[in-house]
Design a protein around this ligand. Structure first.
Ligand SMILES: Nc1ncnc2c1ncn2[C@@H]1O[C@H](COP(=O)(O)OP(=O)(O)OP(=O)(O)O)[C@@H](O)[C@H]1O
Length: 501
C-alpha cells in the first residue's frame, strides 16, 4: 500500500476529472483516474483505495452499479458519488445503496475537500469509525437479538453521511442511538448538537438554526451562530422533527440540500458540513399523507430509517439494563441489588415510557429501599399486572432476601399504587387490618381532579405526622408505616420543608 492515501476518480468528462484530480493531488493524495466503468473496475481490482469518487452517468453504465459492487465486495472502501445539481433523488438513491456521501455539480471545492477529509478518516486505525478488532462497549445496552442487530446497523451507518431518521416510542433510546452514531463515526471529535424542534418558539426558529448578524433585528446586539454552525463538522440531531412548522421545513430542506446556510441579516451564505439525524415518536409517513409534513423534506431526512424497539418487546434486556442503571445510580458507590421477584415483576410490566421509565422506576425504588436491596413493593409500578414472586429471580443483581412478601406479590392482579397515591409501603410492615385505618374523608362530593386531591390529602397527612413528632422524620415515618427514605422522597416531591429550613 502507498504511503499517501489513494483515491480512484471515475468520470467521463475530462475537464471535471482533471479538476477533481488536481484538487486531490493538492491535498497530498495519490490519484488514479478512469473514464468509464470498465477502467474503474480494472483499477479497483488491483489497488487498495482509501476513497472512490464516481460520477453517476458513465458511457458504459451507471455509477450506482459501481457503488453497489464496491459495497458488495466487503472491502471497507468508502465510495462517494458526483451528482448533478438539483438531482436530490440520485443522491438519496446512492446513499441508500451504501455510498458514504455525495458531492454536487458544479463542484464546490470547499465541500469536496471536507467530504474527502471525512472519508479518509474512516479507515484510520485511530478513528472511532474504523472497523473494531474487538467488540466495542456500546451505550445502548441489551443482549436481545433486536439490540444486537441495532448495534450492528449503527456501526455500519456511523461510517456514512446518509441522513438517518430514528423512530421509536418515547424513552426508547432515540437520542442515545443518535449519540452512538456520532461517537462511532469519523466526526466523533466534532460537536454533537441535539435540538428539540418542539421547544423553539416559531418566531425564533430561523435565528436559532442559522444564526444572525449584529443588528439584523431589534435585540440582535451581537453576531450569533445557529445550530448549523455550532454542529459544523459534526452531527445535528433534529429531535421531535414532526414539530417543525411548515415554513421552517422549507428553509431546513434548502440548508440540508445545499449544505449552506445564511445568517439572518447576512448577504452571503456559508458552507456547513453537518450530518443530519432526525428523530420522532410520530408516524411521519402519515403526517406527510395528511399534509402536515413536507414530502420533500421527509424524503431527504428519511434516507435510512433506524427503528428502536419498545422495551416491552425486548424484556430479555431487563437484567442488563437494570444492572447498568443501578451502577449509574450508585454514582461510584456500591450499586443496589434487586430482591427476589423484582425482575419478574418488571417483566410483567408494559413500560409505556420504555427505558426512561425503567430508570425512573428504579430511581424511585432506590429511594424507598432499605439496605441497598430493591424489593417488589419499592417498585410501585403504575397499574402494573405483577406476577407472583417465585423466590429468587434470575439475574446478576438479584440477591436472596428474607423480605416479607410484598402486597403486590400476595395480590398479583391488584395494581400497585404509584407514590402519588396514599398507600405505598416502603419497608416490610405487617399487613394492616382495615379497622386500624382512619375513616375515609367525606366523599359525597367527588374530586374533579383526583391526582391533585390525593396530593393534597397526602400532604396534609405528612405535615400532621411531622408536626406531631416535632419534625422527627424517623418517628413520622414509623407513625405512618413507611420507610424513612420513602418519607424523605415524598417530602421532596411535595415540597414539604421543616419550618425554618
Ligand atoms: N438501550 C439502552 N441502554 C441503556 N440506556 C438506555 C437505552 N435506551 C435508552 N436508555 C436511557 O433511557 C433514557 C431515555 O433515552 P433517550 O432520551 O435516548 O430516549 P428518546 O427515545 O430520545 O426519548 P424521547 O422520545 O422522550 O425524546 C436515557 O437516559 C437513556 O440513557
Amino acid at each position: 500500500m502507498s504511503a499517501s492515501p489513494r483515491v480512484l476518480v471515475v468520470d467521463d468528462e475530462d475537464d471535471l476529472r482533471d479538476l477533481l484530480e488536481i484538487t486531490l493531488l493538492k491535498m497530498g493524495l495519490e490519484v488514479d483516474g478512469a473514464g468509464d466503468l470498465k477502467g474503474a473496475r480494472r483499477l479497483f481490482a488491483v489497488h487498495e483505495y482509501d476513497l472512490v469518487l464516481t460520477d453517476m452517468r458513465l458511457p458504459d453504465g451507471v455509477g450506482l452499479d459501481f457503488v453497489r459492487e464496491i459495497v458488495a465486495s466487503g472491502r471497507a472502501t468508502p465510495v462517494a458519488v458526483v451528482t448533478a445539481f438539483g438531482s436530490a433523488e440520485n443522491a438519496v438513491v446512492a446513499l441508500k445503496a451504501g455510498a458514504f456521501d455525495y458531492v454536487t455539480k458544479p463542484l464546490q471545492l470547499d465541500q469536496l475537500r471536507l467530504m474527502v477529509q471525512s472519508a479518509l478518516k474512516l479507515n484510520r486505525p485511530d478513528s472511532p469509525a474504523a472497523p473494531p478488532e474487538q467488540p466495542v462497549d456500546s451505550r445502548l445496552k441489551g443482549q436481545s437479538a433486536a439490540m444486537q442487530a441495532l448495534r450492528a446497523q449503527i456501526a455500519r451507518l456511523a461510517r456514512s453521511m446518509a441522513p438517518i431518521a430514528i423512530t421509536g416510542e418515547s424513552g426508547s433510546g432515540k437520542e442515545l442511538a443518535a449519540r452512538e452514531i456520532h461517537a462511532r463515526g469519523a466526526r466523533a471529535d466534532k460537536p454533537f448538537i441535539a435540538v428539540n424542534c418542539g421547544a423553539i418558539p416559531e418566531a425564533l426558529m430561523e435565528a436559532e438554526f442559522f444564526g444572525y448578524r449584529k443588528g439584523a433585528f431589534t435585540g440582535a446586539a451581537d453576531e450569533r451562530d445557529g445550530f448549523f454552525q455550532a454542529a459544523n463538522g459534526g452531527t445535528l440531531m433534529l429531535d421531535e422533527v414532526a414539530d417543525l412548522p411548515l415554513a421552517m421545513q422549507v428553509k431546513l430542506l434548502r440548508a440540508i440540500q445545499e449544505r449552506r446556510v445564511r445568517k439572518i441579516g447576512a448577504t452571503a451564505e456559508e458552507p456547513v458540513d453537518v450530518r443530519i439525524v432526525s428523530a420522532t415518536h410520530r408516524d411521519l409517513g402519515r403526517w406527510v399523507e395528511e399534509g402536515r409534513f413536507r414530502q420533500d423534506l421527509f424524503y431527504r431526512l428519511n434516507v435510512i430509517e433506524l427503528a428502536l424497539p419498545p422495551l416491552r418487546e425486548r424484556l430479555d434486556d431487563l437484567p442488563v439494563l437494570t444492572d447498568a442503571i443501578l451502577v449509574r445510580l450508585s454514582a461510584g458507590g456500591t450499586p443496589a441489588v434487586l430482591g427476589p421477584g423484582v425482575l419478574d415483576a418488571l417483566r410483567g410490566y408494559s413500560f409505556p415510557g420504555n427505558v426512561r421509565e425503567l430508570e425512573n422506576v428504579l430511581e424511585r425504588a432506590l429511594a424507598f429501599s432499605n439496605d441497598g436491596v430493591i424489593n417488589v413493593e419499592d417498585l410501585a409500578l403504575k397499574g402494573a399486572k405483577l406476577v407472583e414472586a417465585p423466590g429468587a429471580a434470575p439475574g446478576s443483581s438479584t440477591v436472596p432476601s428474607p423480605a416479607v412478601p410484598s402486597p403486590a406479590a400476595l395480590a398479583p392482579s391488584v395494581p400497585v399504587p404509584a407514590p402519588t397515591t396514599l398507600a405505598p409501603t416502603g419497608s416490610p410492615q405487617p399487613p394492616v387490618a382495615d379497622d386500624e385505618m382512619p375513616p375515609l374523608p367525606d366523599l359525597s362530593v367527588l374530586p374533579s381532579n383526583l391526582p391533585a386531591y390525593l396530593e393534597r390529602v397526602e400532604r396534609e397527612i405528612l405535615v400532621r405526622a411531622l408536626s406531631r413528632t416535632q419534625y422527627n422524620r424517623t418517628q413520622a415515618a414509623q407513625l405512618l408505616g413507611i420507610s424513612f427514605r420513602q418519607l424523605r422522597y415524598q417530602m421532596q416531591k411535595l415540597g414539604i420543608q421543616e419550618p425554618g429550613e
